[in-house]
Ligand binder design. Structure first.
Ligand SMILES: *[C@@H]1O[C@H](CO)[C@@H](O)[C@H](O)[C@H]1NC(C)=O
Ligand SMILES: *[C@@H]1O[C@H](CO)[C@@H](O)[C@H](O)[C@H]1NC(C)=O
Ligand SMILES: *[C@@H]1O[C@H](CO)[C@@H](O)[C@H](O)[C@H]1NC(C)=O
Ligand SMILES: *[C@@H]1O[C@H](CO)[C@@H](O)[C@H](O)[C@H]1NC(C)=O
Ligand SMILES: *[C@@H]1O[C@H](CO)[C@@H](O)[C@H](O)[C@H]1NC(C)=O
Ligand SMILES: *[C@@H]1O[C@H](CO)[C@@H](O)[C@H](O)[C@H]1NC(C)=O
Length: 340
């Protein structure tokens, strides 16, 4: 009886701690940095853990002493989410041994992990999230079967690693793949061919120059594609036509053709900020299509406002060289009330 009261008290303390830290301002910044700039949406109905790191949130030694769960020495475990394992921010060189086979949410961000060996996840069959942002993952040290065998995996995050290509053998059930800020210059042939359920793909801050025909083949459900900050010199061909949000900012684009976005019947949000765009190399009708809701053309070299569809709701044009007929100044910036 005493034990039960004690456990209940412990749970209350944890809940209070979690609530307090949810509303603190720092974790939001952490999330944006760790998760490639797109927040992680937590589905509480699914029982997903809403805390992505326990660092600085609680006295982990005290917790370890009071938690009846079997928890690897290198990790922390929470009573509320017995399926979540927090092994982040601790300089680990490898995935810890003997992870509980009940693990579904594995947090390993900000360590020093360079490999995924064949044995590392061999005993875990129900993994749903694998979070490996800010490590040193290398393609030649990833065992293909290790990922492929994780049939329940829906989120694989490896932003800020040392990958040079999109890994092979990604499991077919993935819904989100975050590989921003690596050194990716190529996509392994067929890497995405079975990923029919993938809705979000982050590849910003890499070194892609082209997308060849087969590269993104199979991504029938893709909604958000971030290719910002790569080495594209024109809008890449062969993008999945299902995309609703296409981010291409911060690529030096030589221009935009009339058909650059033809065929993207669902394209609603298009970001082309900091692309060095000049009015004379932007086809006047390129943005005149009716699915478009938001268009970001800020920080370019445009001197005229391009034609846009009447359906457009948000247009960002700040920091261009537009000489307005409205304001008779020789040179001014158009400022939008909304910041992106
Ligand atoms: C997997 O389980 C076996 C049998 O319990 C154990 O010997 C082995 O160390 C486990 N492997 C890992 C990587 O945890
Ligand atoms: C991280 O691993 C690299 C080799 O992969 C090693 O050179 C470096 O010292 C390690 N850093 C830390 C903090 O352990
Ligand atoms: C992957 O699964 C197959 C079939 O279940 C098994 O034989 C193989 O050892 C597994 N490989 C890894 C790396 O877990
Ligand atoms: C893709 O999603 C559908 C619908 O949720 C599901 O039935 C299917 O099993 C998923 N595919 C894979 C490979 O997990
Ligand atoms: C633009 O991309 C380059 C690499 O291509 C990167 O170094 C730079 O920080 C990015 N700038 C912005 C504003 O995102
Ligand atoms: C934009 O496209 C529509 C439909 O194709 C066309 O009717 C309209 O004239 C175009 N707008 C301009 C300003 O050219």
């Amino acid at each position: 009886m005493k034990q039960i009261t004690y456990m209940a008290l412990l749970c209350c303390i944890v809940l209070v701690l979690l609530c307090v830290s949810d509303s603190a301002s720092t974790p939001v910044i952490d999330i944006a940095m760790d998760y490639g700039g797109v927040p992680l949406w937590i589905d509480r109905l699914l029982g997903e853990p809403s805390v992505l790191s326990l660092q600085g949130r609680m006295n982990t030694a005290w917790f370890r002493a009071n938690n009846p769960q079997d928890c690897p020495q290198e990790c922390d475990c929470l009573i509320q989410w017995p399926t979540a394992l927090y092994c982040d921010h601790r300089g680990l060189a490898d995935i810890p041994d003997r992870l509980p086979d009940t693990t579904q949410y594995l947090f390993l961000q900000r360590n020093n992990i360079s490999s995924l060996s064949s044995s590392s996840l061999a005993n875990i069959t129900d993994l749903r999230w694998l979070i490996l942002d800010h490590n040193q993952l290398q393609n030649d040290k990833l065992d293909q079967a290790t990922l492929q065998n994780q049939t329940q995996l829906c989120y694989f995050f490896a932003n800020n690693n040392h990958l040079k290509s999109v890994p092979r053998g990604l499991p077919a059930g993935l819904k989100q793949l975050r590989l921003a800020y690596n050194q990716i210059s190529s996509i392994s042939p067929g890497a995405f061919q079975h990923l029919h359920n993938l809705t979000l793909l982050l590849l910003q801050g890499n070194r892609l120059q082209t997308i060849t025909e087969g590269d993104l083949k199979g991504l029938f459900s893709l909604n958000l594609l971030d290719l910002s900050g790569n080495w594209f010199s024109s809008v890449p061909k062969n993008l999945p036509i299902s995309v609703q949000q296409l981010y291409l900012s911060n690529n030096t684009l030589s221009g935009l053709d009339e058909d650059s976005f033809v065929g993207f019947l669902n394209l609603k949000y298009l970001r082309l900020s900091r692309c060095g765009l000049q009015s004379r190399s932007v086809h006047p009708q390129v943005f005149n299509f009716s699915s478009l809701v938001e268009l970001d053309l800020s920080y370019n070299k445009l001197i005229t406002i391009p034609t846009v569809s009447t359906t457009l709701q948000y247009l960002y044009l700040e920091a261009n060289e537009i000489r307005g007929e409205v304001h008779k100044e020789t040179r001014h910036e158009m400022r939008s009330p909304f910041a992106l």
